[in-house]
Write a protein that binds this ligand. Structure first.
Ligand SMILES: C=C(O[C@@H]1C=C(C(=O)O)C=C[C@H]1O)C(=O)O
Length: 402
């Protein structure tokens, strides 16, 4: 806050711009996406006049600059927000433009500067009823999953649940977004708000498809969860057989996708222990040289093959999908779908939408799931979903989690 008594107007800082642009989107019936990539201090915001629906086989590489937002259900509409205006922020200020789109956007914003006041950001709020199962019901769902694994129906399934919490009266989406950035340096932090999708805030550690400079493809196998406490020595963390096997299943799923397209040359690193906000996971990284392997559209191909991975659905895929449809008992909507910026300077960064909350007028719905294998203990899987929900709850409503 400017505490001097000079007559000059206060400096416009990042939060002022973000709030102004989010409110502008709501007033104009535009969509807005705000994000920060892992281990980066630049925040990005785009405004989109109208959303588009993407075909499941749409070539990512050919899309204009924008942001993709897709539901868990592969039959559901995949939303593409073309960037009509684009802004980047670092160190609390608007970055000078580096692309034609950013230059045009900066000129447009200049004409609006008089309207920028310190104000709370508003968001689109779609009413939606949370699943909110009682603890017993979720535990029974996990037990049912284990029983089907014992019968050989599948090897792994990822039952999830949602929980509705009241938003505090002083809830502010921009403040929450910035707190999430601070608490989750290794995650994609995102806020997507549109008339069609409602508003979603998240901090996901799970990369699905990354293409750098149109030449290097990357994806990860992430699974196994335990609480993280500051100062823990990551090299000394021990994992149970169950976690190791659960993560190995996700690795095998990714390798099976490579095999389906006869891609044999990939680098695999890991698994190693990584921090994701308040939890630890096991992670392996897969990298492919797209030119050497002659797979120039590998991003598009792998997105089709990978989603939904066995990190969020199960293995084999089809019986796991059937199980979730039949017994999970609620609509995941955009939870465990995918999202991220596409074709900003020839890069694609698509993540699985985990550790997320759907924002209503006065409530938020939190979502989380847990990987169930033959060795799962239902009560522990419930605890795991509670801990995962805390990633968001700690930030949007800290008192609820006292
Ligand atoms: C399903 C979620 O997370 C996934 C499941 C994990 C697990 O079961 O250990 C770990 C990371 C994610 O791949 C979630 O956060 O909701």
């Amino acid at each position: 806050m400017d505490t001097t008594t000079s007559v000059s107007s206060p400096r416009i800082v990042e939060t002022d711009y973000l709030s102004f642009l989010i409110n502008y989107a709501v007033d104009q019936n535009f969509s807005v996406a705000v994000w920060r990539l892992p281990n980066d201090n630049t925040k990005h915001l785009i405004l989109s006049r109208e959303h588009e629906l993407l075909k499941p086989d749409a070539a990512l590489e050919e899309l204009p600059t924008g942001f993709i937002f897709a539901p868990f259900d592969t039959a559901g509409d995949r939303i593409f927000l073309k960037a009509d205006f684009s802004f980047s922020f670092t160190d609390d200020t608007l970055k000078p433009p580096t692309t034609t789109l950013e230059t045009a956007s900066a000129t447009w914003l200049q004409s609006k500067l008089g309207g920028i006041k310190r104000a709370k950001a508003r968001h689109y709020a779609q009413e939606h009823t949370a699943g909110n199962p009682e603890k017993d019901a979720y535990i029974a769902l996990v037990a049912k999953g284990i029983a089907e694994i014992e019968q050989g129906v599948f090897e792994k399934v990822v039952p999830s649940r949602s929980k509705s919490v009241d938003l505090p009266l002083d809830f502010d989406v921009v403040t929450s977004f910035l707190k999430l950035c601070h608490a989750n340096p290794n995650a994609l932090i995102s806020f997507v708000s549109s008339p069609e999708t409602g508003s979603w805030l998240g901090a996901t550690p799970e990369l699905l498809v990354n293409v750098e400079d149109g030449t290097t493809f990357k994806t990860i196998a992430l699974a196994g969860t335990q609480p993280y406490r500051e100062g823990m020595n990551l090299k000394a963390v021990a994992w149970t057989q169950k976690d190791i096997e659960e993560q190995a299943l996700v690795e095998r799923y990714i390798i099976s996708c490579f095999k389906r397209i006869r891609l044999r040359e990939y680098d695999e690193h890991g698994p190693k222990t990584v921090v994701a906000g308040n939890v630890l996971h096991l992670k392996s990284e897969f990298t492919v040289d797209m030119q050497a392997t002659d797979f120039l559209q590998l991003g598009t191909i792998m997105l089709q093959l990978l989603h939904p991975t066995s990190a969020v659905c199960g293995m084999p895929l089809n019986p796991a999908v059937d199980f979730l449809r039949k017994y999970e008992g609620y609509d995941r909507q955009f939870y465990a779908g995918f999202l991220g910026p596409v074709n900003f300077k020839n890069n694609i960064h698509i993540f699985v939408n985990l550790r997320c909350a759907q924002l209503m007028e006065t409530k938020a719905i939190l979502y989380a799931g847990a990987g169930v294998t033959i060795d799962s203990v239902p009560e522990q899987e419930w605890e795991e979903t509670e801990i995962k929900m805390n990633t968001l709850l700690n930030v949007i409503s800290p008192t609820k989690n006292a």
